[in-house]
Design a protein around this ligand. Structure first.
Ligand code: SAM
Length: 257
């Protein structure tokens, strides 16, 4: 059930993922601060990427298992975080762990990429101990940053130039309903933001190519991609300094005892 497109894309960007700007590391830190697991918590970082959540959980003394469908991500995560309990290539829809293996399953910017989120949620419930927590993040709005509205608007403007079925890896997700339908209780959420200093326009453009949005740029016809890049650079030329404002939604629910 693993999406071949997602695996290929994230394997391709693994060497630069979160290296251009610490975007995912920053949100991973905020996410783990919100969850505040105690030392010794058995954590599964699902769709771990380069380890944004893994790093934050290890810093809190948790026992962290990390899985991802992209081998390039797992290879680098293992090398960077030798303290991780286990790091394995695995599909979120079929978790190769016994029942009740974890106290906390966390997934940073993953659930909205899955082909079958409901099936993954059942697997997550199975591997969670009764009373365990499932938490995930999704991209979200940012307040008081009108200068960045252009970026999302550009994606919407250029979307019709991409053949149907290509470009975007993400799907719409009703987060609360997703958790409730899967049987999680005590559902809550919060919004977080970060402001990242960006040294120059080259860095921002390269950041866009270093994560999931790469799929969008690669699917654009060459002239449209050049036009998109020119529009981004024109907007950034009016910013001094360039400070990237981005938001995320954090969600959590408890597996019934
Ligand atoms: C946007 S990245 C987020 C990575 C990391 N959680 C973070 O916060 O930086 C999404 C990750 O989910 C992984 N992924 C996508 N579909 C998956 C699946 N079906 N099973 C496991 N991992 C998956 C990708 O390979 C990628 O590393």
């Amino acid at each position: 059930m693993t999406s071949a497109r997602a695996t290929a894309l994230f394997d391709r960007v693994a060497s630069v993922y979160d290296e251009v700007l610490p975007f995912f590391a920053g949100f991973g830190q905020q996410h783990m601060d919100w969850l505040a697991p105690v030392r010794g918590t058995r954590v599964l970082d699902l769709g771990a990427g380069r380890g944004a959540l893994t790093a934050a959980a290890l810093a809190r003394g948790c026992r962290v298992t990390a899985v991802d469908c992209a081998p390039g991500m797992i290879e680098r995560l293992s090398a960077q975080y030798p303290a991780v309990h286990e790091a394995r290539v695995m599909d979120a829809h079929r978790l190769d762990f016994p029942d009740s293996s974890f106290d906390l399953v966390c997934a940073g910017f993953v659930v909205h990429l899955l082909d079958h989120p409901a099936a993954a949620a059942q697997e997550i419930r199975r591997v969670l101990t009764p009373g365990g927590v499932f938490s995930f993040s999704v991209p979200g709005p940012v307040q008081d940053a009108p200068e960045w509205e252009f970026y999302g608007a550009l994606f919407r403007e250029f979307q019709p130039l991409i053949p149907v079925g290509e470009g975007r890896l993400s799907r719409p997700l009703d987060e609360g309903r997703f958790l409730a339908t899967a049987g999680f209780t005590g559902i809550s959420s919060t919004a977080v933001e970060q402001r990242l200093p960006v040294p120059d326009a080259d860095t921002f453009w390269n950041w866009g190519l270093s994560h999931g949005s790469r799929a969008f740029f690669d699917a654009l016809p060459a002239d449209a991609r050049a036009a998109f890049e020119a529009r981004v650079r024109a907007e950034l030329s009016a910013m001094d300094p360039i400070v990237f404002a981005a938001g995320a939604g954090l969600w959590r629910g408890t597996s019934p005892a």
